[in-house]
Each structure stands twice: as structure tokens, then as C-alpha cells.
Design a protein. Structure first.
Length: 329
């Protein structure tokens, strides 16, 4: 990883549309609204940055394994879901939790959470009829993601997106086997919904300064996929580990970003004050390197074993400050 400032390839820079990706994302907007497609559009011809998305695929990372993983992921996406049972079973909370535990133990996914679906999470023009969304997490191999932004780091991201596609189909097929229809969703394409908000609602962690979810166990080093369903599964709750306050005082990812895309302070995006990464600055480097993930790799929370210790330290600090406040009142 290098802290040298990045100068975009002029050929790529010439493809940027007149409208800023930050404008499409709703940066500075004080009213809430649904997200709009800005990148990874399902059809590049239908998004303003479609020419840049096509340019991304012209970059040769120099690793034959990229094509192998893409081919394997395509096979997973093309595979049929399990049949929908004619009889609907009532899935007890214990049955769901046991299924999750078994799936984690064999590596189908590394974490799962459930929350009621909020229509604000669907992209504009998309109607979601299912009541619930299951979020699945897939942890990166730390030694591989630490190679970012070298091609090996991007390859690790692709491996986890392959797992994410397979894991979502496994969960959807399991639900269908119990008579509940289910629709798997997976990245990196934008799909139908934004996955970070439901991941936060399902207790995966908190939003980090680098724009990714930070989980105490995985740090920011994991990918997401999802399953939409009406099955009434036990719902998880949001988590507060003190990560947000930690990010406010940490500048590791901010300093490591080669394009200065990570802001020091929160900004208003579609009516919400949040951490936000400058899209127009981030994208050129991302495209030219077939991905980036520097901010994910350098995040202190991503180092194995560190997150749990940080949570305990932050919890003790919060207790101490609360005791001091009580004593002063």
C-alpha cells in the first residue's frame, strides 16, 4: 500500500459524465429519499457512469484466477434455486438459529442477521413485496485482503463475492424447502436494494468512517449478500459498540486513502448525517486497480482479534465516564 497521491488515467477521466456521482448519491440533500443507481448498474447503459463501469472491465489485473472466479460466480448465479415446497412449515426460532450455526460451521457464511424490510432501502423504481430481509456476512482472509490494492487483494474480494452468491442461494433454497418463497440478492452489482442499511439494522455493527460496516469480530473486512422473504424469522437488533465515536477520533483510513476520498467529518446524505466517501475521488483509483479495499485493510478493527479487545476497552471507558458523571451530579 502506498500513500502517494493518485493521478487518474486521462482515458478514464474523459469518460466521467457531467453529473457528479455525489449528486446522484444525494450528498448535501436534507430530505430523505430512496437511493439511485450510481455504479454497478445492472445495465450500464441506464446509468450516468455506465461508460466507466465498462472501462473497469478493460483493465487487466494480470491474474488468471480473476477469470476463474468470475466464471465460478456466474455458474452459481445461473444455478436454479431449490424447489418451493407445497406445504408451509412454521420455522421456530431455535430451528433458524441451529441452521445458522450449522451453516457458519461449514463455511456457507460467517454471520447472519434478520430485520424487517424498510422500503427506503430499495432503489428508486424498485418495488419490494417481501416483509423481511436476511443479511449474510462473508469474512475476508486477512493475509489476502492486506495485499490491497495489489491484484491479489481484489481477487480476495471476488472470492468473497463468490461465497456471498452461493450463501444467499443456500439460505433461499433452505427457506423454499420449508414452503417459504425467498429471493437471493448478491453484489457487486447494485441489485434491488442497498445492503448496508439493513446490515446495520440487523446488528452487524456500525458504519465506519470509510463507508463500510464495522463488526467487532470481522472489522470492516467482509462482504454482504441478502435474502428477501416473508418468512417470520426472529428479528435481530441494532448494535452499539462505541465504534462510531472511535471512528470520529481515528484517521487511519483517511490518511491511507490515495485519493483523499474519506472525509474527516460526517456529511448529510439524503437527509441523514453519516460517514460518506467521495464517489468522484474514489472511483478512478478503484477502476484502475480492479478494486481498492485499502481502507478496509488498514482499518484497526479488521486485524484479527483486535475488534473484540477494542469493544471491551470502549465498554470499560464508557462505564468509567458514566461513573464520573454520576459522581459529579
Amino acid at each position: 500500500m502506498s500513500n502517494e497521491r493518485f493521478i487518474p488515467d486521462p482515458a478514464q477521466a474523459a469518460l466521467f459524465p457531467d453529473i457528479s456521482g455525489n449528486t446522484i448519491n444525494g450528498l448535501g440533500e436534507v430530505m430523505a429519499r430512496r437511493p439511485r443507481y450510481v455504479y454497478w448498474g445492472n445495465d450500464p447503459d441506464e446509468i450516468a457512469h455506465g461508460a466507466l463501469q465498462r472501462w473497469f472491465y478493460t483493465v487487466d489485473p494480470g491474474l488468471a484466477a480473476y477469470a476463474d472466479v468470475r466464471r465460478a460466480r456466474a455458474e452459481v448465479l445461473d444455478a436454479a434455486l431449490g424447489p418451493l415446497a407445497t406445504d408451509t412449515d412454521q420455522i421456530a426460532p431455535d430451528d433458524w438459529h441451529q441452521f445458522v450455526a450449522r451453516s457458519v460451521s461449514v463455511g456457507d457464511f460467517d454471520k447472519a442477521g434478520v430485520t424487517a424490510f424498510d422500503p427506503q432501502w430499495a432503489f428508486e423504481g424498485v418495488e419490494i413485496r417481501q416483509k423481511n430481509i436476511i443479511i449474510l456476512g462473508f469474512q475476508h482472509q486477512y493475509d489476502e485482503i492486506m495485499k490491497a490494492p495489489a491484484p491479489e487483494g481484489g481477487l480476495e474480494v471476488m472470492r468473497q463475492y463468490l461465497r456471498a452468491a452461493r450463501g444467499a442461494k443456500i439460505v433461499a433454497s433452505w427457506l423454499r424447502g420449508h414452503g417459504w418463497d425467498a429471493e437471493p440478492l448478491t453484489g457487486p452489482m447494485s441489485g434491488k436494494v442497498t445492503m448496508i442499511p439493513p446490515a446495520l439494522a440487523a446488528g452487524f455493527g456500525e458504519l465506519g468512517k470509510h463507508g463500510s460496516v464495522i463488526n467487532p469480530e470481522f472489522g470492516a473486512s467482509f462482504r454482504l449478500s441478502a435474502v428477501l422473504t416473508d418468512c417470520p424469522l426472529p428479528v435481530d437488533v441494532t448494535a452499539d459498540h462505541g465504534i462510531d465515536a472511535f471512528c470520529a477520533n481515528c484517521r487511519v483510513c483517511e490518511a491511507a486513502c490515495p485519493t483523499d476520498a474519506i472525509a474527516q467529518h460526517k456529511q448529510t446524505v439524503r437527509g441523514v448525517e453519516k460517514w460518506y466517501v467521495d464517489f468522484d475521488r474514489c472511483l478512478p483509483f478503484f477502476n484502475e486497480h480492479q478494486g481498492c479495499a485499502i481502507c478496509v485493510a488498514v482499518c484497526p478493527w479488521s486485524r484479527p482479534g483486535v475488534g473484540e479487545r477494542l469493544v471491551l476497552k470502549l465498554a470499560k471507558r464508557a462505564e468509567r465516564l458514566a461513573s464520573d458523571d454520576d459522581a459529579a451530579s
